[in-house]
Design a protein around this ligand. Structure first.
Ligand SMILES: [Zn+2]
Length: 371
């Protein structure tokens, strides 16, 4: 089988402003020599470098893509937002939302990031590739049509879906978001629609703090086609796989998608600075195998993973490598150097039993028609 890997060095050149972690420099916040937003290029570039070092890149169809066209962006974002983004980008950069600073040329880099997602979806849909991974940066799942937030400037996945629908008549799409933060942008864009099922697994109350409730099920025709699975801080390997088995797979079986897209963040990992979960590289590998299985059974294997968050420079490369091994079926591995450390730190049996109960309750709630 052929797995595509879409990336572009220019995406690593997207630059945020003068921040220390998520705090703008100023007042009592001292500038940092190696500072900047946690959404920095290193996590992504180090993943690509690790794949080059092990040789995994050679087992994939690695390629870049054209930037998204203006008309592709317009399918999701209003012209007023795009024009203002482009104007500010040409003028040297700035900030149009919340925690989404960009430098000069940020607009062009964001359109390239969206373009990687478009190309990945298109190539899998037309059968040129069996499945694909898009190392899109900046990420997209928090971006609302007219309000960028959470490091996301364009809604990459929604732009790719709408472009594939317009150009190729793509039918039903399931978007599984396992980034540790709530996929509020994707949810908002598809909240009224029944042709795109959105499922988000996230740390409850992390980001955004006011979205992602299990009771938010969609509206109108979209009622029942949005699923939120908020998990308490500290959830680990067992809880994530239980969600895949008990909630995600039954939902996909019922929906019968024509394609599955994963908003693939690695920030549920056990050492991410922006969340408090305990997933490991093995967790991401098992989740990938699970969703690949679902795609094989339901939609001829049509599966695309689009990179979202993940802020541990040390660990994202190993989580990403494990994911791409599973996606491609390659025998080239990068053994997880933290496996033993994080295995010892998984939730205790007592807490895991509680987490399993939370997952069972969530499965019950989401199976029941909303009122
Ligand atoms: Zn995230």
């Amino acid at each position: 089988m052929t797995t595509g890997f879409f990336w572009d060095e220019r995406c690593f050149w997207h630059a945020g402003g003068n921040y220390v972690f998520t705090l703008p420099v100023g007042g009592l916040v001292q500038p940092q020599v190696t500072g900047g937003l946690p959404e920095n290029p290193e996590t992504k570039r180090r993943l690509k470098n690790l794949m080059d070092v092990t040789g995994l890149t050679n087992d994939l169809a690695a390629q870049t893509a054209a930037p998204a066209e203006w008309e592709d962006l317009l399918r999701v974002h209003p012209a007023s937002y795009l024009s203002e983004f482009k104007r500010l980008s040409d003028a040297g950069g700035g900030e149009l939302g919340r925690r989404t600073p960009f430098a000069a040329g940020g607009f062009e880099i964001a359109t390239l990031s969206a373009g990687l997602s478009i190309a990945a979806v298109e190539a899998v849909l037309t059968g040129d590739l069996d499945n694909a991974y898009a190392l899109s940066r900046p990420p997209g799942h928090h971006c609302l049509p007219d309000f960028p937030n959470g490091f996301c400037l364009l809604a990459n996945i929604a732009i790719a879906i709408e472009t594939a629908k317009a150009r190729h008549g793509l039918g039903k799409v399931a978007v599984l978001d396992w980034d540790v933060h709530h996929g509020n942008g994707t949810e908002a864009i598809y909240y009224d629609r029944d042709d795109v099922l959105t499922i988000s697994i996230h740390q409850e109350g992390n980001y955004p703090t006011d979205t992602g409730a299990i009771t938010d099920r969609g509206r109108g025709a979209g009622e029942g086609y949005n699923m939120n699975v908020p998990l308490p801080a500290g959830a680990g390997h067992t809880a994530y796989l239980a969600v895949m088995d008990e909630i995600v797979r039954p939902a996909l079986d019922a929906f019968q998608p024509d394609m599955i897209i994963v908003a693939c963040g690695f920030d549920a990992s056990a050492c991410d600075p922006l969340a408090r979960m305990l997933a490991t590289a093995d967790t991401f590998q098992q989740m990938t195998l699970s969703i690949k299985d679902a795609a094989a059974d339901l939609c001829d294997g049509k599966l695309v993973l689009v990179h979202e968050g993940g802020y541990s420079e040390m660990y994202v490369p190993f989580c990403g490598h494990a994911t791409l091994e599973a996606l491609s079926g390659s025998a080239i591995t990068a053994p997880d150097p933290m496996a033993e450390t994080f295995a010892i730190r998984q939730p205790s049996a007592r807490f895991d039993a509680f987490l399993r109960e939370i997952v069972r309750d969530a499965a019950d709630v989401l199976r029941t028609p909303s009122t």
